[in-house]
Design a protein around this ligand. Structure first.
Ligand code: ZN
Length: 443
């Protein structure tokens, strides 16, 4: 469900801030380098240029040129860039997906655990487990540059608003597990609107089985990552309800508060919670049925989460929807009482969010094990090195760099722009012939 927000919110931010619609778009189309690190000679004096070399300050030191209003523009741009970054974390957020995937690997039997637990392999799998959110926001990514995976096709694969599709009460015993039957009953359009995550996970499981059978290592990592993502998403209680962001109950903003704000502040707590109650992995005789049962169990956790949020926001008079900039800002004093209260209130109700993550990890281990058994228990060892073409997109780092540069520019001592000196050979050599400082190297 949060991907639904992201798909619409990111372009809105882009339109307002002049930055990319998605954090993982190539920098060339994001408009970041042109405003933040453009060489002075091509930037023109009429525009702000953060990395402008200053003739009076010396070439080794950046000098901030401030056009009228540039200060405000830089602040807004920095905030927007950081907000875009926050908005690109969906599902359980990258932190949540990484924690769940890492714990699932720890629960695997050999040789599976050995394949994925070595640091380079684990890093690769964790990145793959977060990639489907990039597919949802971009339509494609470096893992799978597939034009068929357009944004609107990917989006519903991350949730199933089961209570929007049927009036049947929990535990939804008559809800069709089979996709064809569900389409027949509700219509394809309704499923595109209200989601299809159990079937997305089942499809990923089939593709992982095929990749393991064929011994195709890149596909094994890609599909295991996709499976990890969809399996984790269907355990997120707020991915199972039409009230996914609390609008119907006065809990607007709970979605990101839970999966981004809370995890950012209590990551160690959740990592510890995931390690509890480890059990032996299980082979799944009927994976689609199991996936649905897990989603329905997650749906039962919606109520306690909304209750905890209601108490926390009432007690602290804090509305997370009004402060999206606080989500990832763990130093925010304004947000601290709310998140601490939310954590306490959740704890009072048995920590349903931690239980959901722990179940996600345990069930992901079952799914990975099931794929391996279905593939005939192959014994070959996938290489643990990460190919060049499957590395993390650099754009996020470029955006972070641009945002930090803008903020630094505001902290730098103000200097008056130098008075123009006619026929100054030094200035001419510095700016007039395009010999400004080089753009920062890109990956
Ligand atoms: Zn997702």
């Amino acid at each position: 469900m949060s991907t639904r927000h992201a798909a619409t919110a990111a372009p809105r931010l882009a339109a307002a801030g002049g930055v990319s619609a998605s954090a993982s778009q190539p920098c060339a189309t994001a408009g970041v380098s042109a405003s933040a690190s453009q060489p002075c000679a091509t930037a023109g004096l009429a525009r702000p240029c953060v990395f402008r070399a200053c003739a009076t300050a010396g070439l080794a030191r950046p000098c901030v040129f401030r056009a009228p209003g540039a200060h405000l523009v830089a602040v807004l741009a920095a905030v927007l860039l950081l907000t875009v970054l926050a908005a690109t974390s969906f599902g359980w957020s990258r932190t949540g997906h990484f924690l769940i995937t890492e714990e699932a690997v720890e629960r695997l039997p050999e040789p599976l655990r050995g394949w994925f637990a070595a640091p380079p392999a684990l890093a690769r799998l964790k990145q793959a487990s977060a990639a489907p959110d990039d597919w949802a926001s971009n339509g494609s990514d470096h893992y799978r540059p597939d034009p068929v995976r357009v944004r609107m096709d990917e989006r519903p694969r991350h949730f199933l608003n089961i209570d929007a599709l049927t009036d049947e009460p929990y535990p939804f015993k008559d809800f069709p597990r089979d996709r064809a039957k569900a389409e027949e009953r509700f219509g394809a359009e309704a499923l595109a609107t209200h989601g299809s995550v159990p079937w997305a996970a089942a499809d990923a499981l089939s593709r992982l089985t095929d990749a393991l059978t064929a011994g195709r290592t890149p596909a094994v990592f890609c599909e295991a990552g996709a499976l990890a993502h969809y399996a984790a998403d269907l355990h997120q209680p707020l991915h199972t309800t039409a009230n996914y962001n609390g609008r119907q109950t006065g809990n607007h903003g709970i979605h990101k508060a839970l999966e981004v704000g809370l995890l950012a502040r209590f990551e160690d707590f959740y990592a510890g919670e995931l390690r509890r109650r480890r059990r032996q992995e299980m082979f799944l005789d009927d994976p689609p049925d199991a996936l649905f049962n897990w989603l329905i169990a997650a749906h039962d956790r919606v109520g306690p989460i909304l209750e905890a949020d209601s108490v926390a926001r009432h007690r602290t008079r804090y509305n997370p929807a009004q402060h999206p900039e606080d989500l990832g800002d763990v130093t925010s004093k304004r947000a601290r009482p709310y998140y601490e209260s939310l954590r306490q209130e959740l704890k009072r109700r048995g920590s349903p969010e931690a239980a959901a993550m722990r179940d996600a990890a345990a069930h992901l281990a079952d799914l990975l094990y099931t794929a391996w058994v279905q593939a005939g228990k192959p014994q070959q060892h996938p290489p643990s090195t990460q190919p060049q073409d499957e590395r993390q997109p650099v754009t996020q780092y470029l955006i972070i760099g641009a945002a930090v540069a803008m903020l630094l520019s505001l902290l730098w001592p103000r200097r008056r722009p130098p008075k123009p000196v006619a026929d100054s050979p030094k200035e001419s050599a510095t700016f007039g012939d395009g010999a400004g400082p080089d753009e920062p190297p890109r990956r």
